[in-house]
Design a protein around this ligand. Structure first.
Ligand SMILES: [Zn+2]
Ligand SMILES: [Zn+2]
Length: 381
């Protein structure tokens, strides 16, 4: 795998070169045709093929992480067969529509809304208006929200109803194997019921985690399914409630993609997640820094990455202005007297904790463990 990573890095390095080369190539071709315009005009087009509107077929698999600001949207095309996993928020419907149009995608074999949150399901109606859909999925088939209703309605116009997949179900996408890894059990929060999908094409593999957080990650790990993947779409936009060490170790990705907006209100991605990825030497791409990111494999063995731009250090979390309500604790640990967990004062969970259960603590970690407290899985105190 290290060799793979090395090849991969080489590929990325070649990328900017490639971009300038391809520009040069286009220019050259332009010059040639204008110089020999007379012969071009008279040269007979010996064969003209007329086809009905259909997807453009490039050999191999291409995965596009479309920059939709705060949200997720992925387009997967394998040997001409296409699938969408999430479509960004409702206001991105037009963007998704034109993205598919400009990439010659008219048929979507599968459409997946990982869960009904607007930043995932909202923009999918744009995809459904542009393309004909064969099958559509969501983690639920009923949900009280306008964006879910729009999803259902635009599918119904095509006579397609929403299916809720079972973990372990598989699909074929142009020779790639698509496996529904989760949800396995039902949790209270939408995010933890996200549809998680693994796609394998020959020797390359991708894992899409929606907004899965720690509970769903643990449930996937407990199921013992194979989730090892070359490319990981990081869960929940890089929230510190996702991408636990155990989960990252099990996936063991060579590269990861975080989809989030520049300057988003949540402070995504979180530094703790970025630190873990850096420590594991995972090559990281972020839509807030790189724009849309495409990962292409023609041979099912090597990956080439295309990015719109490259801004800043991907392992550095955005600076978040401190909100007035946030409190700075000057103690060693924060205890939760209800869950019996202890946290670092800066842990995200501390803010979410019921103030009734929150206790400031100065002292040793070992003493806390002896007293029956468990270290938080997120901040790892
Ligand atoms: Zn989300
Ligand atoms: Zn969500």
């Amino acid at each position: 795998m290290r060799r793979f990573l090395k090849n991969l890095l080489l590929m990325i390095l070649c990328l900017s070169l490639l971009a300038s080369l391809s520009c040069a190539k286009t220019k050259n071709e332009g010059t040639v045709s204008s110089d020999s315009s007379s012969s071009t005009e008279t040269s007979e087009t010996s064969s003209t093929e007329i086809k009905n509107r259909s997807n453009k077929v490039d050999p191999g698999i291409r995965v596009d992480f479309i920059d939709v600001g705060q949200g997720d949207a992925s387009l997967i095309v394998c040997n001409g067969e296409a699938m969408m996993i999430d479509g960004g928020s409702s206001e991105k419907s037009d963007l998704i529509y034109s993205y598919l149009e400009s990439h010659w995608v008219y048929d979507l074999k599968y459409v997946v809304a990982t869960h009904p949150d607007d930043d995932h399901i909202g923009g999918l109606s744009g995809a459904i208006h542009e393309a004909s859909v064969e099958r559509a999925f969501c983690s639920v088939n009923e949900y009280d929200s306008r964006s879910f209703e729009n999803y259902r309605k635009s599918l119904n116009e095509q006579g397609v109803s929403i299916e809720v997949p079972n973990a372990g179900d598989t699909l074929d996408l142009g020779g790639a194997k698509v496996t529904f890894i989760a949800p396995i059990e039902t949790f209270e929060e939408n995010n933890n019921n996200s549809i998680v999908i693994r796609i394998v094409y020959d020797e390359v593999s991708f894992l899409f985690t929606g907004d899965a957080e720690i509970l769903e990650e643990q449930s996937i790990l407990a199921s013992g399914q194979d989730i090892k993947s070359n490319v990981l779409k990081i869960g929940h936009h890089g929230s510190s409630y996702s991408s636990t060490k155990d989960f990252l170790n099990a996936v063991s990705p060579d590269l990861a993609v975080i989809s989030c907006a520049e300057g988003n209100d949540f402070g995504f991605p979180k530094q703790s997640v970025l630190d873990r990825l850096k420590k594991m030497e995972v090559k990281l791409f972020r839509t807030d820094l790189n724009g849309s990111i495409s990962i292409y494999s023609a041979d099912g063995k090597t990956l080439t990455i295309y990015q719109d731009k490259e801004l800043g250090d991907p392992y550095l979390a955005p600076a978040v202005p401190q909100s007035d309500s946030s409190v700075v604790y000057n103690c060693d640990y924060i205890l939760n007297n209800s869950s019996r967990k202890f946290h670092l004062p800066e842990c995200e969970s501390v803010e979410k904790m019921n103030p009734k259960n929150r206790l400031e603590y100065n002292g040793d970690r070992e003493d806390l463990i002896e007293a029956g407290y468990e270290p938080c899985h997120i901040c790892n105190p």
